[in-house]
Design a protein around this ligand. Structure first.
Ligand SMILES: Nc1ncnc2c1ncn2[C@@H]1O[C@H](COP(=O)(O)OP(=O)(O)O)[C@@H](O)[C@H]1O
Ligand SMILES: O=P(O)(O)O[C@H]1O[C@H](CO)[C@@H](O[C@H]2O[C@H](CO)[C@@H](O)[C@H](O)[C@H]2O)[C@H](O)[C@H]1O
Length: 457
């Protein structure tokens, strides 16, 4: 009969949220406790994986337990182990609806269970008693939707310290900004061996925004409309997106202004420009190891980074979103909502919390317009007519976004800015690594963009 750690070793590499796919496991240990002894029993495990190269990661894995195999939970089956001589069956608790109400009940009660602490946010209403449904297409995190009222995001990879998504949403509560989904609570877990280490954030509960579509889906529908009309320009087709892009620019400016009002800010000093250029150079050096095709652009990219240190354009550093793209914004009946202030998932937590230029986010969204316009060309690389249309669509929507941002903030983010150009290149470099690891057939999107960016097209 298997031990619990054997179950994790067999099952975790097949989970979408597991970041160590393809890496050899040298060791695995687990530390678990019971969150609920009801029916089903719910246990929570910190699973520590040490890889063959010595690197370590800790994942959070909640399991629900049955005395008999549950047919309806077949796809959530993790494995069976012996308990007091009897076989017991473990399931992925995030896919077991009967186990999902527990998280909200504990939040309402502000419980502490073993090392886990539940923190409701102020006087927030938490829809206790509802079961949660898993969000399909989960990525590095796993989310449960409770009715149409709340969404719980479970952060799978544990890192000590408050997650920036919780930190920023908590700070923004007082602003009543209409472009964010209010925080309802969060959950933390203590580090097991070392009491001086701050707890890790396990989950965040937020108001669910009903009847919304994400920006990527809407933008790409607009591009499809344009492609279907070979002869019309982007401003002539029914699905023109520029009005939405302008409103999205205004929403971004509003969120930035409120983040600057309630979280620390600091004017950039001379050192900052050099440090930013150095960070981008280091990231490029590391990226070339993963994507050798980047080498041919390296010299021109590094010239863009040098221009940042040379131009020293005025910057007030502040907290930013850190990974803003069309997939992170939702369009409701009334406007845009910005989600997921976690920053780039691959960066260490401390660097994701650093103060930065808000142009970092503007660059992320400008890149996303480029992606939306060009991702369909992946299948038709020689279609010059569509490539021309894509260029037009991207330029039109990028400009509209900048207009919305500057109208709302009084600052034109997209004028001649070496910093913006460098941030776009840096994001492209990040995207090359992301695509090489996750969607190699899309690698040409950021690679082609780099050619354009570095040739001043
Ligand atoms: N407050 C919300 N209301 C409605 N849908 C949401 C909300 N938060 C997230 N979602 C949906 O869940 C998906 C994943 O959320 P996100 O916070 O971006 O998680 P991840 O970090 O895993 O990408 C989003 O694309 C969105 O469709
Ligand atoms: O999972 P996250 O939302 O945190 O972001 C990661 O995945 C994104 C892809 O889903 C990736 O975004 C890239 O692809 C998008 C289209 O799918 C495009 O709109 C973005 O501009 C492009 O960066 C993101 O970089 C990554 O962190």
């Amino acid at each position: 009969m298997k031990a619990l750690t054997d179950l994790f070793r067999d099952w975790m590499p097949h989970q979408r949220w597991f970041g160590g796919k393809g890496r050899e496991w040298a060791e695995v240990s687990e530390n678990g406790f019971f969150l609920d002894r009801g029916n089903p029993v719910l246990s929570v495990h910190r699973v520590r994986v040490t890889y063959a190269d010595g690197a370590r990661e800790t994942y959070l894995v909640p399991l629900s337990w049955r005395d008999h195999p549950a047919e309806e939970l077949e796809s959530a089956f993790v494995g069976a182990i012996a308990n007091d001589g009897k076989e017991t069956y473990a399931y992925d608790a995030m896919r077991d609806r009967d186990a999902t109400p527990s998280w909200l009940i504990h939040l309402v009660n502000a419980s502490t269970v073993g090392p886990m602490h539940f923190h409701p946010a102020g006087v927030a209403y938490i829809p206790e008693g509802l079961p949660g449904d898993i969000v399909s297409g989960e990525q590095s995190n796993t989310s449960l939707i409770y009715g149409q009222e709340a969404i719980l995001k479970l952060f799978r990879r544990l890192e000590p310290g408050l997650n920036p998504d919780v930190e920023v949403h908590a700070a923004l509560r007082s602003t009543e900004n209409e472009h964010i989904a209010p925080l309802l609570g969060h959950i933390e877990i203590d580090e097991d061996d070392d009491p001086s280490t701050p707890p890790a954030t396990v989950a965040m509960l937020q108001t669910f925004v009903p009847n919304a579509s994400d920006g990527w889906r809407l933008a790409t529908a607009s591009v499809r409309d344009l492609y279907a009309e070979g002869d019309l320009h982007a401003d002539e087709v029914g699905g023109d997106f520029a009005g939405e892009s302008e409103r999205l620019g205004a929403a971004t400016a509003s969120v930035h202004a409120d983040m600057a009002a309630v979280l620390p800010t600091e004017p950039a000093d001379d050192e900052w420009y050099g440090a930013v250029a150095a960070q981008m150079n280091d990231r490029l050096t590391a990226a070339i190891e993963v994507v050798p095709q980047l080498a041919e652009h390296a010299e021109r990219i590094r010239a863009l980074y040098s221009a940042v240190a040379e131009s020293r354009e005025p910057v007030v550093r502040q907290r930013v979103h850190g990974d803003l793209h069309l997939g992170q914004v939702l369009r409701t009946a009334t406007g845009w909502i910005v989600l997921d202030f976690e920053g780039e998932p691959a960066r260490p937590l401390a660097s994701r919390r650093e103060l930065d230029s808000p142009l970092r986010d503007v660059a992320g969204m400008l890149r996303s317009f480029d992606y939306a316009a060009r991702h369909m060309l992946v299948e038709q690389p020689d279609d010059t007519q569509r490539a021309y249309r894509a260029q037009e669509w991207a330029a039109r929507n990028r400009a509209a976004y900048c207009t919305g941002y500057s109208t709302a903030s009084g600052l034109d983010p997209c004028g001649e800015s070496p910093l913006l150009r460098a941030f776009e290149a840096d994001k492209c470099v990040y995207e090359c690594v992301y695509e090489a690891r996750n969607r190699p057939h899309w690698l040409m999107i950021p690679l082609n963009s780099l050619s354009r960016l570095t040739s001043h097209e």
